[in-house]
Design a protein around this ligand. Structure first.
Ligand code: BTN
Length: 319
């Protein structure tokens, strides 16, 4: 089915006969595959008698070779999939099968994209970035401290570099434009964090998505913010270079070397918030983060520190 899509991706008309000949199948088999493409991947295909078939909009697919060319100083191997349950899940399977780290898993779509706190991550075909970078961490918790916040900072800078200048951070690792989420990060870890472990840095960026009914929070995309269509290969290349830069700063100086920069880009600094931990809500004012990336809140006049993957923040109505 995707071979057919690759023939159509130029956005031009192709006759059923030519497509059938290229694939070695009949015209009616071409017709069936086209119907599958529309139903399965949500693509829109024009069918015009006498001219053939045309994708409603041309498509640029992920291309590991092109990514390597655009980011030649970043030689992390890329495993790219047309469709996968979750790039994080695939990364964990690849670690289990002995794939050497670092490496990247990318997909055109995810059928079970994972978000934080058990949520799903909307992952339509060929519209966004679904990216997992695997690192092997040796000898210590220090290398894990604040790591997800560092990834958030690298994602934010990548978006700004490509023109989304209002991108900012929300603790612990959301990237927002105003109140709307444009990117999310999910870290998953296997092994012994005090000894040798692997960490999967999962990044989802809303790139060219314009509509979805799958997201139950305020969201936006690079395209909605700028009116432009973005080249996802370029975005993946830029993200790799930015991650490389921030991860090496983190490795050399620990999170404390990045703490101040992170706080400067925190959109909710000084705001009145509720910290949500399951059914518990704690009201406070955001003071900032500590040298390990934990949230500092003023609660009833006293500074308290919070950390943990299951926590999330909401702005209070009076903020
Ligand atoms: C969040 O809820 O904010 C985190 C979303 C993380 C989504 C990305 S998409 C690539 C990677 N694979 C997944 O299944 N999830 C992460």
């Amino acid at each position: 089915m995707l071979t057919l899509l690759k023939l159509l991706k130029d956005g031009r008309f192709h006759s059923g006969e030519a497509l059938g000949a290229a694939l070695g199948i009949s015209r009616s088999a071409v017709w069936k595959q086209l119907q599958h493409l529309e139903a399965e991947l949500g693509l829109s295909i024009h069918k015009v008698r006498g001219r053939g078939y045309q994708l409603a909009a041309p498509l640029t697919l992920l291309d590991p070779q092109e990514i390597g060319r655009l980011a030649s100083s970043c030689n992390w191997p890329v495993l790219a999939f047309d469709s996968i349950d979750s790039t994080n899940a695939e990364a964990l399977r690849a670690i289990d099968q002995g794939q050497a780290s670092p490496f990247i898993v990318l997909a055109e779509r995810q059928t079970a994209g994972r978000g934080r706190r058990g949520r799903r991550w909307a992952s339509p075909f060929a519209e966004n970035i679904y990216y997992s970078l695997v690192l092997r961490i040796e000898g210590g918790m220090r290398q894990l401290e604040g790591l997800s916040l560092v990834v958030g900072l690298a994602v934010m800078h990548t978006l700004r570099e490509l023109g989304i200048s209002a991108a900012g951070l929300k603790w612990p690792n959301d990237v927002l434009v105003g109140q709307k989420k444009i990117a999310g990060i999910l870290l998953e870890l296997v092994g012994d964090p005090a000894d040798v472990c692997h960490v999967v840095l999962g990044v989802g960026i809303n790139v060219n998505m314009q509509v979805t009914e799958e997201v139950d929070q305020q969201w936006t995309s690079m395209r909605l913010q700028s009116g432009k269509v973005f080249d996802r290969n370029l975005l993946v290349a830029e993200l790799g270079l930015m991650l490389q830069k921030y991860l090496s700063r983190h490795q050399a100086g620990g999170f404390s070397a990045i703490q101040a920069e992170w706080e400067q880009n925190h959109l909710w600094q000084g705001r009145a918030v509720s910290l949500i931990a399951g059914v518990t809500h704690i009201d406070g004012e955001v003071l900032g983060i500590d040298s390990q990336g934990a949230l500092r809140l003023k609660v009833d006049g006293v500074e308290k520190v919070f950390s943990g993957g299951e926590l999330s923040l909401r702005l209070r109505d009076d903020s």
